[in-house]
Design a protein around this ligand. Structure first.
Ligand SMILES: [Fe+2]
Ligand SMILES: [Fe+2]
Length: 292
């Protein structure tokens, strides 16, 4: 009983993708006219907003520099599971939300909608592949990790938190907020030291990057590693830590973001029909199995 209570406190959102729904409210699609919502939807949305807010409260309090170091030691040994991309997709897809089957797509659908929208715009094949795999790191949830250590906007730790990060007031409860090693503009970093030298809050982005780093071209790796770094790719508030290469590569991160947020197709892609194309694509770039 106590354990399940603790689990619920750690996982306030009904579905980890509620965070992404909330992102669309924060950064609406400029091409989509504002829709009038029905009263019922408004009610559901406001309930959801409360849980997302609760989620960020925990996330901002607990994502410290030390916490990230601890998770790196724990997960970058990759000793949990060896899987092909297809096994990883199946595994991730066991994370379905049955509370709201009408609205929420399964994880494979989100991946395919993202990648198919990229493909439809004629982008290079590595970009399509990136769309297809970008959220596989969310299998961290299935390894028992709490929501606040898997999803949510990511941000640098080890230096002052930007007030452009959603709900910045919640950082006041983070011990690093008052730690003089970590609470100045540069903290443990130096001007334009490059993001490769900067620790980001721990989650699905960094985890998948570390798994993929030997196999994909740089722009793909930047997309995977920084796609939730909204305070930079949307708000440009950490340019002082970036080097020239980062600035150049972030054009790709920015190009990717609308596909991630706004690619919900009215007719969901047919996974079975698309499978042969994706099998070829995956085997062009990735080894048969990967260590997670
Ligand atoms: Fe993601
Ligand atoms: Fe995504």
């Amino acid at each position: 009983m106590k354990e399940s209570l603790n689990k619920n406190l750690q996982n306030p959102m009904e579905n980890i993708d509620d965070w992404e729904e909330n992102l669309i409210d924060r950064y609406p699609d400029p091409e989509e006219p504002k829709k009038e919502k029905e009263a019922f939807r408004n009610y559901v949305d406001s309930e959801r907003l409360d849980t997302v807010r609760e989620f960020y409260k925990i996330n901002h309090e607990l994502q410290t520099y030390d916490f990230v170091c601890k998770k790196e030691t724990e997960f970058l040994k990759f000793d949990r599971k060896e899987m092909s991309i297809w096994e990883a997709v199946d595994f991730l897809n066991t994370l379905v939300d049955d509370s709201d089957p009408d609205i929420d797509l399964d994880q494979l659908q989100h991946l395919l909608q993202t990648s198919e929208a990229i493909r439809a715009d004629g982008h290079p094949d590595w970009f399509v592949l990136t769309g297809f795999i970008h959220d596989l790191g969310k299998i961290l949830c299935l390894f028992g990790e709490p929501q606040w250590a898997v999803v949510g906007d990511t941000f640098p730790v080890g230096c002052a938190y930007s007030d452009k990060i959603v709900y910045p007031e919640f950082f006041k409860a983070n011990p690093d907020y008052t730690d003089s090693r970590y609470n100045t503009k540069y903290g443990v970093y130096s001007p334009n030291c490059g993001l490769d030298n900067v620790k980001m809050s721990w989650g699905h982005d960094e985890y998948l990057y570390q798994i993929m780093k030997d196999y994909l071209p740089d722009p793909a790796l930047y997309i995977i590693r920084y796609h939730s770094f909204y305070s930079q790719h949307r708000e440009n508030d950490y340019t002082h830590l970036m080097n020239e290469k980062d600035v150049e590569m972030f054009e790709w991160v920015k190009a990717f973001n609308p596909y991630d947020l706004y690619s919900k197709a009215p007719v969901p892609p047919n996974a079975e029909e698309l499978l042969p194309y994706y099998k070829d694509l995956v085997s062009k770039y990735l080894p048969e199995t990967l260590k997670f």
